[in-house]
Write a protein that binds this ligand. Structure first.
Ligand code: HEC
Ligand code: HEC
Ligand code: HEC
Ligand code: HEC
Ligand code: HEC
Ligand code: HEC
Length: 372
C-alpha cells in the first residue's frame, strides 16, 4: 500500500464510496451467494450420517448446524439439504441465520414467536394447532387444514378441493399444480437468478408470482435487503410495495395482478371479492378500500409516509422506486401480515386494543388520526 498512485487512491476511494452507497440503499436482489455445501448435499452423507432433514421441528440451530426434524428418506428437489419449510426455519430465536456469505431469512421459529420477526411475520402461532388457525395462513408442512375456513374468504373463482384458493395445507397434487404450501404463493422460485425467464431484468418482489406469470402476473416492489429485520429497518430503509390508485369506472371486478402488479391484487388472486371495485369512488363501501390513494386532507393529512413511514401500518406506492405523498396507497398489508402474526386475522396489531376515544396512536389510528 506504500506506492499507491493518486489514480489508484481515487479509484479505491470511489469503490469504498459506491460500496457504502449501495449498502446504504438497503435494497438487494434475491440471488443467493456462498458455499454450495451450506444448502446442497451431493450424497446425503457427511461423516457417514444423513444430511437432508425435514419434517416437524427441522431448522437451523444457533450454532449454524442444520438439525432436528427427521433424516429425510425421500428425495428433496435439487439435492437440497431440506425443503422450503425446513431451510426457512430456525430452532433458535434468530430470524436471519448467517452462514458465511449466506443469509437465510427465517419465517418459522419452531420454539417461540420470534422477538424480531421479518416483514411477512412468522408461522409460529399457526403451527400450534386449531386454536391458532386464525393467526396465520395454514400451510402444508406447518399446520393442518384450517378448522373454520373451508376456502379463502372472498374466493369466488376456484372450487377444486386441492386448489390453493381453498387451502394451502394439502400436499403438492394435480389440483394445486403440484405446488401447495409455500409455493401456493411463491409459485416459482429463482434462488440463483435475479430475474425470471419472462422478465429480463426485474425480479418479482419476493418470488411472488402466479400460474399466469408468463402473462405478466407477478408483484412489483423494492426489497429491503434484510427483509425488514427490526435491527436494520429505518424510516427510509424498508420494503416498498406496489399499489395503484383505482379508477372507479373499472367496474366491480377486482383489478387483475397482470394489469396492476400490485400487492393487493396479488392477495386478491385468492381473496378476489375483498378487492372488488364495488363502491370505490362513491364513498359507500362494502369493505375497507384497498388500492386507493391515501387522501392528503382531513385526518389523513397527519400521516405523511414519505417522511414518517410507519412499519406498523405501511402503505404501497404507485411507483415504489420514487415514493410521492400523493401516490401513497392503502393496501391489504396496511393492516395484515401475510405468513402469520401474534394476532387473530393475521393483523399487524391487537385489534381489541384499538379503542375509539382512547389515547393510542397505533394501528388504525396511524391513518385515522382523529379517531383516538
Ligand atoms: C443459500 C442456499 C444456496 C446456496 C449457497 C447454493 N444454492 Fe443452489 N439452490 C438453492 C435453492 C433453494 C435451489 C432450488 C430452488 C430454486 O431454483 O430457486 C437451488 C437450485 C440449484 C440448482 C438447480 C436450479 C438451477 O437454477 O439451475 C443448481 C444446479 C444449483 N442450485 C447449484 C448450486 C451450486 C453449484 C452452488 C454453489 C456454487 C449453489 N447451488 C449454492 C440454494 C442454494
Ligand atoms: C437450502 C436452503 C433453502 C431452501 C431449501 C429454500 N430456500 Fe428460499 N431462500 C434461501 C436463502 C439463503 C434466501 C435468501 C437469498 C437472499 O440473500 O436474498 C432465500 C430467499 C427466499 C425468499 C425471499 C426472496 C427475496 O427476495 O429475498 C423466498 C420467498 C423464498 N426463499 C422461498 C422459498 C421457497 C418457496 C422454497 C421452496 C420451494 C425455498 N425458499 C427453499 C434458502 C433456501
Ligand atoms: C394462493 C392463495 C392465497 C393468497 C395469494 C393469499 N391468501 Fe389469504 N388465505 C388463503 C386461504 C386458502 C385461506 C383460508 C385458510 C387459511 O387460513 O389458511 C386464507 C386466509 C386468510 C386470512 C384469514 C386467516 C384466518 O385463518 O382467519 C387472512 C387475513 C388472509 N388470508 C390475508 C391474506 C393477505 C393479506 C394476502 C396477500 C398478502 C393473502 N391472504 C394472500 C389463500 C391465499
Ligand atoms: C399467502 C401467501 C404466502 C404463503 C403461503 C407464503 N408466503 Fe412467503 N411471502 C409472502 C408475501 C406476500 C411476502 C412479502 C411480505 C412483505 O414484504 O411484507 C413473503 C415473504 C417471504 C420471505 C421474505 C421474508 C419476509 O418475511 O418478508 C420469505 C423468506 C418467504 N416469504 C418464504 C416463505 C416460505 C418458506 C413459506 C412456506 C413456509 C411461505 N413464504 C409461504 C406470501 C406468502
Ligand atoms: C383497514 C385495515 C384492513 C385492510 C386494508 C384489509 N383488511 Fe382484512 N381484515 C381487517 C380486520 C380488522 C379483520 C378482522 C375482521 C373484521 O373486523 O372485519 C380482517 C379480516 C380479514 C380476513 C378474514 C375474514 C374472515 O371471514 O374470517 C381476510 C381473509 C382478510 N381480512 C383479507 C384481506 C385482504 C385480501 C385485503 C386486501 C384486499 C384486506 N384484508 C385488507 C383489516 C383490514
Ligand atoms: C393505511 C391507512 C389506513 C389504515 C391503516 C386504516 N384505514 Fe380506514 N380508511 C383509509 C382510507 C384512505 C379510507 C377512505 C377515505 C376516503 O376516501 O374517504 C378509509 C376508510 C375507512 C372507513 C370508511 C369511512 C367512510 O368515510 O366511509 C372506515 C370505517 C375505516 N376506514 C376504518 C378503519 C379501521 C377500523 C381501521 C383499522 C382496522 C382502518 N380503517 C385502518 C385509510 C386507512
Amino acid at each position: 500500500m506504500t506506492n499507491i498512485s493518486l489514480a489508484e487512491r481515487r479509484f479505491l476511494l470511489y469503490s469504498v464510496l459506491t460500496l457504502a452507497l449501495s449498502l446504504a440503499a438497503g435494497t438487494a436482489a434475491a440471488k443467493v451467494s456462498g458455499v454450495c455445501g451450506n444448502c446442497h448435499t451431493m450424497h446425503n452423507s457427511q461423516d457417514g450420517a444423513a444430511v437432508a432433514h425435514s419434517g416437524d421441528g427441522a431448522g437451523w440451530a444457533a450454532d449454524g448446524s442444520f438439525n432436528a426434524g427427521a433424516a429425510s428418506e425421500s428425495p428433496i428437489g435439487y439435492l437440497l439439504i431440506s425443503d422450503c419449510v425446513g431451510c426457512h426455519s430456525a430452532t433458535s430465536d434468530q430470524t436471519i441465520v448467517q452462514l458465511g456469505e449466506n443469509r437465510i431469512p427465517i419465517v418459522m421459529n419452531t420454539a417461540q414467536y420470534p422477538t424480531k420477526p421479518l416483514a411477512g411475520g412468522n408461522f409460529y402461532q399457526v403451527s400450534r394447532g386449531e386454536t391458532y388457525d386464525g393467526y396465520g395462513h395454514n400451510v402444508y408442512g406447518i399446520s393442518e387444514i384450517d378448522g373454520t375456513l373451508t376456502s379463502a374468504p372472498g374466493n369466488n373463482r376456484c372450487g377444486n378441493a386441492e386448489s390453493c384458493h381453498n387451502t394451502l395445507a394439502v400436499a403438492p397434487a394435480g389440483g394445486n399444480d403440484y405446488r401447495g404450501g409455500c409455493q401456493g404463493c411463491h409459485y416459482s422460485v429463482y434462488h440463483h437468478k435475479d430475474s425470471t425467464p419472462y422478465l429480463a431484468d426485474n425480479t418479482p418482489y419476493r418470488f411472488l408470482t402466479s400460474h399466469d406469470e408468463r402473462f405478466g402476473a407477478w408483484v412489483e416492489g423494492v426489497e429491503h435487503a434484510s427483509w425488514e429485520h427490526p435491527d436494520d429497518t429505518t424510516l427510509t430503509e424498508h420494503n416498498f410495495y406496489k399499489g395503484v390508485d383505482r379508477n372507479p369506472n373499472d367496474g366491480a371486478e377486482s383489478l387483475e395482478l397482470k394489469q396492476s402488479n400490485s400487492i393487493s391484487s396479488y392477495c386478491a388472486g385468492c381473496h378476489n371479492l375483498f378487492h372488488s371495485n364495488a363502491g370505490i369512488g362513491i364513498n359507500t363501501w362494502l369493505r375497507h378500500p384497498t388500492d386507493i390513494a391515501l387522501p392528503e386532507d382531513g385526518e389523513y393529512a397527519q400521516y405523511n409516509p414519505v417522511t414518517a413511514y410507519e412499519v406498523q401500518s405501511p402503505v404501497a406506492w404507485v411507483n415504489p422506486a420514487t415514493p410521492q405523498r400523493d401516490e401513497a396507497i392503502v393496501m391489504c398489508l396496511s393492516c395484515h401480515r401475510v405468513h402469520g402474526s401474534e394476532h387473530p386475522d393475521i393483523l399487524r396489531w391487537d385489534y381489541s386494543q384499538i379503542i375509539a376515544g382512547e389515547a393510542n396512536e397505533d394501528g388504525c389510528f396511524v391513518c385515522h388520526t382523529t379517531k383516538d
